[in-house]
Design a binder for this molecule. Structure first.
Ligand code: NI
Ligand code: MN
Length: 222
């Protein structure tokens, strides 16, 4: 798995590459250009905000990749010429060619860059390559994270930046409910308003779980 900064990840299972929230263009932390990505098989989009839908339209067209997101976001992308789309909503989940995608609740909004309604904002549980990974999307703390943590998570990718999402202290509460094998903090330091002391977060969370601070464009094997 690779972290591009913010909420953008590439998850590789040895056969397929799945992007989550691929925000490259306009991302002040990430120097990678969308054209530098060699392989994209699927793109999971948690909600419509520009820093999450990001370069989805461009990358989906270029790589003929399948976009998996809310029904509303898929409809919006379809009108813009993206061909392979799979709309879902929280609950149940669906088996795709690379693994299972199950969307969860998220306490957040979801409008698209042109102001269109994007459905509800979501988090996602991805099962691929025998691993179970929770990407929180943008969310406030919510107590149903206890339910998400009931089945063992190999990794949780949690927003910690505050202002728009959970901050450090809320992400600590989330960690207690989720009890992931490893916790990767995300959605911080991209702009001044979400600046956080990630090292102090790691220290505070150390008694709860194994926090791995990734540098921009770092890869990690889960
Ligand atoms: Ni957002
Ligand atoms: Mn965001």
């Amino acid at each position: 798995m690779k972290w591009f900064s913010h909420a953008a990840f590439a998850i590789e299972n040895g056969e397929h590459t799945v992007l989550v929230d691929p925000f490259f263009t306009g991302n002040p932390l990430c120097s990678i250009k969308p054209d530098e990505l060699e392989r994209v098989d699927a793109i999971v989009v948690t909600h419509g905000h520009r820093d999450h839908i990001g370069d989805t339209e461009y990358l989906a067209k270029k790589h003929d990749a399948t976009v998996i997101s809310s029904v509303e976001i898929c409809n919006w992308l379809g009108k813009r010429g993206v061909k392979k789309l799979h709309g879902q909503q929280p609950g149940g989940g669906h088996s795709h060619f690379f693994g299972t995608v199950k969307f969860t609740a998220a306490v957040h909004s979801s409008s698209l860059p042109d102001g269109s309604y994007g459905g509800i904002a979501m988090g996602v549980i991805l099962e691929t390559g025998g691993k179970r990974i929770y990407h929180s999307g943008d969310t406030a703390l919510f107590s149903d994270m206890k339910i998400i943590g009931k089945n063992k998570l190999d990794a949780a990718l949690l927003c910690i930046g505050g202002n728009y999402t959970m901050d450090v202290s809320e992400a600590l509460e989330a960690a207690s409910m989720l009890k992931p094998g490893i916790l990767i903090p995300m959605h911080y330091d991209t702009w001044e308003v979400i600046r956080q002391d990630v090292v102090s977060f790691k220290n505070k969370a150390a008694s709860i779980c194994d926090v791995r601070i990734l540098g921009i464009n770092d890869t990690i094997t889960i």
